[in-house]
Structure formats: C-alpha cells, structure tokens
Unconditional design. Structure first.
Length: 249
C-alpha cells in the first residue's frame, strides 16, 4: 500500500499555494493520494471583527509581530488529537538551513504542520511551546514563509515512494548521497562538434556505473567540496579523490 503524508499549512496567504502545488509531479502525487496538502487561513482563527493576526512589539521596534492566540488556536483546531505529537515547523530565516537530509527525514512522518512566518516574526511563546523546529531555505530574507514552504513540500514529496515514476530518480539526484549528480546526455550523439562520451554508448553497465560515480565525485570536488566531508565514500572513491588532489597541486 502506498504511503500517504498529510501536510497542513497555516498561512495568511493561502491563495499563494494554488498554482505552484497544482502542477506537474506534486499535482499527480496529490491526485493519487500520496500527499494530501491542506491550506488554512490564519485569519479564520481570530476572534475580532478585523481578523487581526499581528500587533506592535512590546518596548517598541520596527514592524509587527504575529500574535500567539490565533496560531495556538489554529494548531489545536487543525491538528486535534495529533496536537503536540507531529512536527510543527516554522518557516523562518532564523531556522536551520534546509537540505536533502532534512527532506528525507520529514518524508518519514505521516503528518507535518507548517507555519508561514511574516512581519518581524512570531511571538516568542509560539517558539517556546508550539514550534518543534524552525527551517530556513537560505541566508536571506523573503517577504514571508510561503515560498520557503513550497520549496520544502516539493523536496519532501520527491522522497515519497510512488511520487517519481522511476524510484531510482530520487536516489541519483544531486545531494541524495551528499554528492552532485553526474553529467547527463541525450540525443543527438553529436551537436556542434560536442560528442557524447563513448562510455555511455558502450552498453557496458559496470563501466558506465564507474564513469558516473567518478564524474559525480569530480563535479562535487570542483563545485561543492564541502559536501565531501559528509559523503559516504568507498575506498575506490577516496583513491579517485586523491588523484584529483594531485592534479590540482
């Protein structure tokens, strides 16, 4: 039976998600029930006629702060019996940088909740009592947490069994094993004097595997050497990297 994951998104702009999550791979995954995504307008959980979700910070300061009352009410009303037992993620520039390992980790849960931060952030009591983890998609500031939430959902959904047509697709992608993906080629065999490497035309699967692994290591060594520190390397990999180092110096 195909695993299903439910994602609850709490946001003040639910309309932003209609479009990016209604096409391509995620659309098919939703139609097949592999991932269920629910959008909740935070303003629906306010109790004043103006549907206020923010207020000025105590002791002054720039901007506004998201109020705790509607956030806690939303979490309790939406999660019900799952309240306090599922990941409650705040998309925030203060959070841990999102990566492939975190995507794989989150894909193992049956349900996650995401709060899209805004303004100058959320009342600290939300962080203390409700948020289980803060996640950022990079060291820069965006208007709100909606776009980062879309990035997280896209990456997590690709880790779910049945989402990609070929199960090997996710495994071979960049970052899955802390390595960048090897070069890819398609027809024509030659284009403007540039040829497809002969090994890919040989039909020798073992030689092709070795070539791809080495090119993956080479590309990572050149572009993202920091990833090699946490990559699961074989003795053959280490020998190849030593050869690359010798060529560099």
């Amino acid at each position: 039976m195909t695993k299903s994951v439910r994602v609850d998104i709490i946001t003040i702009f639910p309309q932003m998600f209609h479009g990016p999550l209604d096409y391509s791979i995620i659309k098919r995954a939703r139609e097949r029930g592999i991932i269920d995504i629910y959008f909740h307008d935070l303003r629906d959980f306010t109790e004043d006629k103006h549907k206020t979700v923010d207020d000025a910070p105590y002791s002054g300061g720039a901007g506004m702060v998201m109020k705790p009352e509607p956030i806690f009410k939303a979490a309790r009303d939406i999660l019900k019996e799952d309240y306090g037992s599922v990941p409650f993620i705040l998309m925030s520039p203060q959070g841990r940088i999102f990566n492939q390992e975190k995507a794989k980790e989150l894909s193992k849960f049956q349900r996650i909740a995401i709060l899209c931060g805004h303004y100058e952030g959320v009342d600290e009591r939300v962080r203390e009592r409700l948020v289980t983890e803060e996640i950022s998609i990079g060291d820069y500031v965006l208007t709100g947490g909606e776009l980062p939430a879309m990035v997280l959902i896209d990456a997590v959904s690709r880790m779910l069994p049945g989402v990609l047509g070929d199960p090997e697709s996710a495994v071979n992608e960049s970052f899955y094993y802390s390595l960048l993906e090897y070069p890819q080629y398609t027809r024509p065999r030659e284009f403007e004097g540039m040829k497809v490497p002969e090994v890919l035309l040989s039909g020798n699967h073992e030689e092709i595997r070795k070539w791809r692994r080495r090119e993956s290591l080479r590309r990572t060594f050149i572009r993202r050497p920091d990833l090699l520190e946490k990559a699961d390397l074989t003795e053959e990999d280490k020998e190849f990297l030593q050869e690359l180092l010798k060529d560099e110096f």
